[in-house]
Design a protein around this ligand. Structure first.
Ligand code: IDP
Ligand code: MG
Length: 142
């Protein structure tokens, strides 16, 4: 039982489709709090930092192209075990595999091309959450 913070992004596909409210609704309905919220078009430098673990993978460049293509909503959420909890709300990375009832299962699209337009990002561990919050919300550090 740990109160955690996690970094959530509504990716450009979700933002353009008007799904920011739906994602935030699910977060709040689950009982997590919003402690940071911002709308921005990410820079490639910011995304290189955010997605450093994926550099060199076949989907990396298309992913950075996609993520820098338009506005995203960045949020810091807080709640008991919310890192794993939000990953469960988001569902599997590939929307085709994501269970109904999850954000990606209900709303995401696997275009089968270069990048999965899967609506949301969520931190995958406490270490990732701390690192990612530092990238997107430097004022919330510490
Ligand atoms: P996650 O977002 O579920 O944590 P990661 O493996 O960290 O998944 O991948 C980051 C993002 O890169 C995914 O959300 C998706 O948009 C994209 N991605 C991951 N794997 C693939 C792939 O095999 N093909 C195309 N895009 C991918
Ligand atoms: Mg990931």
């Amino acid at each position: 039982m740990t109160i955690e913070r996690s970094l959530v992004l509504v990716k450009p596909d979700g933002f353009q489709r008007g799904l920011t409210g739906e994602v935030l609704r699910r977060i709040e309905a689950k009982g997590y709090s919003l402690v940071g919220l911002s709308i921005l078009t990410p820079t490639r430098g910011q995304l290189a930092e955010h997605y450093a673990e994926h550099e060199g993978k076949p989907f990396y460049e298309p992913l950075v192209d996609f993520m820098s293509s338009g506005l995203v909503t960045a949020a810091v959420i807080e709640g008991q075990d919310c890192i794993k909890g939000f990953r469960n709300l988001a569902g599997a990375t590939n929307p085709t595999d994501a269970a109904p009832g999850t954000i990606r299962g209900d709303l995401g699209r696997d275009w089968g091309l270069k990048v999965q337009q899967n609506i949301v990002h969520g931190s995958d561990s406490p270490e990732s959450a701390t690192r990612e919050i530092g990238i997107w919300f430097p004022d919330l550090q510490g």
